[in-house]
Design a binder for this molecule. Structure first.
Ligand code: UD1
Ligand code: MN
Length: 425
């Protein structure tokens, strides 16, 4: 009996060991299979990402091929200033192709003899002549504002010529007091597809309202999205013109473009370094902001091959741009007050020489953010730091999602409204 019991016990023990062994083996096999499945899934995801990127690249290249045939005319608005030749000479110097970038000069002031001085350019340009309304002394419009009415009417007429009569698909708008960057044409040519790909983008501008040397990084390839309509060297598509033409305003067309009911939440692309420089101290606005701000905005001098920068351009599409931008602003920057910022990094005294500036093309860590409580606070910050402080249509210059981002002593600095209600009231 004793022996039988022992044998039984032994058999049970062997059975238990066998069960544990097989169970363990099965588990091991299961884990191994699971591991291979995970690796397979990971590989598959990698392959899919690669395919997706490849498709995106192919699509972009396809757009690029189409773009070669796209004609992007330049429309220069002129009145009575001889400086038109300064703008024209530079456009002609940098223009890569006469057929792809035909130049139109629209003359909107009859009293001038500018037309004569344009004879010299007759093989290179087409002249449009607009007849302005003369001032009615009985009207309620003050004479000092009449210029704005003339400009708006001139814009309406010429854009109707370009889109309605000449049937262009898009037009690059320039004024007769601009200097031009060498990559002006490349910039618009390359960014045009963004306008076609992303319905949240309604214009491409080549102007940075806060583009002073001490507020920017020396990275001419860097581009941004902006809720503020910068104008000053910008591309308008026929699609948007079609929407605007019937309600085009009698005056102040640029501020009208900034109104929320006109902009409808859409953005413009703007560069870190402007592609035009406005030298027009004698203009309709009589040099408003000129001395203290506009005259200091830098003109880019380096040629950037934007057409080869597919990835950076794709980064400007809303779905790619927003997550990175919001992460930079909210997670990658330290909150600071104006006082402690200035203690750590005092304001520059005067302008640093350009050759000094050319070196700092990289941002210094950390980035900062200052949270502002109201418009008054915002004005104090911008005035102290040297930015434009005005709001148009509830939007401050260069801001995106209510945030104004710029560079202070090599550090990225974001000005963020405390409450969303401050935004676009
Ligand atoms: C400012 C803007 C300008 C905008 C204008 C209208 C800046 C630096 N400039 O004009 O982009 O278009 O407000 O709100 O912010 N012109 C005419 N007819 C005239 C007078 C001028 O067609 O009777 C043309 C000029 O040739 C020029 C343009 O309108 O191309 C702007 O005129 P300008 O005198 O330079 O005025 P700004 O004060 O610069
Ligand atoms: Mn001007």
């Amino acid at each position: 009996m004793k022996y039988k019991k022992g044998t039984l016990f032994l058999w049970i023990l062997i059975l238990i060991i066998l069960i544990i062994y097989y169970h363990y083996r099965i588990d091991n096999v299961k884990i191994k299979t699971l591991n291979t499945t995970i690796i397979n899934i990971k590989n598959e995801i990698q392959i899919q990402i690669k395919i997706q990127n490849q498709i995106r690249h192919e699509l972009f290249m396809l757009e690029d091929k189409n773009k070669v045939s796209i004609v992007l005319p330049i429309l220069i608005f002129a009145c009575n200033r001889n400086t038109i030749t300064r703008t024209l000479d530079q456009l002609l110097k940098f223009r890569p192709s006469k057929t792809q970038f035909p130049i139109y000069v629209s003359l909107g002031c009859l009293e001038s003899d500018i037309e004569k001085s344009l004879h010299f350019y007759q093989d290179e340009i087409t002249i449009l002549i607009h007849t302005p309304l003369s001032y009615d002394y009985n009207s309620k419009i003050s004479f000092s504002l009449w210029g704005y009415y003339k400009i708006s009417r001139h814009y309406n007429w010429s854009l109707t010529q370009m889109f309605g009569v000449k049937k262009f698909e898009a037009v690059i708008i320039v004024e007769d007091d601009f200097d031009i960057s060498p990559d002006f044409f490349e910039y618009f040519h390359a960014t045009y597809s963004l306008l076609q790909m992303d319905p949240t983008i309604w214009c491409i501008s080549c102007w940075n309202d806060n583009g002073l040397a001490n507020l920017t990084i020396n990275d001419p390839a860097l581009l941004h999205r902006s809720d503020f309509f910068p104008g000053l060297g910008w591309l308008l598509s026929e699609k948007i013109w079609h929407e605007l033409r019937s309600k085009w305003p009698d005056a102040f067309w640029d501020d009208w473009m900034r109104r929320p009911d006109v902009r409808l939440g859409r953005v413009c692309i703007r560069p870190e370094i402007s592609r035009v420089y406005t030298f027009g101290v004698d203009g309709v606005s009589r040099g408003q902001y000129f001395e203290e701000h506009l005259s200091k905005i830098m003109l880019n001098i380096r040629f950037v091959h934007f057409k080869q920068m597919t990835n950076s351009l794709m980064g400007l599409l809303k779905k790619n741009y927003d997550p990175k931008f919001l992460n930079d602003v909210y997670n990658e920057s330290e909150t600071i007050t104006l006082a402690s910022l200035l203690r750590k990094h005092p304001l520059e005294l005067g302008r640093e020489p350009l050759n000094q500036r050319l070196k700092d093309n990289r941002l210094i860590k950390p980035s900062y953010k200052i949270i502002y409580h109201n418009q008054l606070h915002f004005e104090k910050l911008t005035k102290t730091l040297g930015l434009m402080s005005d709001y148009r249509g509830g939007v401050s210059r260069t801001s995106y999602l209510g945030i104004v981002s710029f560079v202070h002593r090599g550090h990225k600095l974001h000005l963020i409204p405390m409450m969303q209600s401050i935004l676009y009231e």
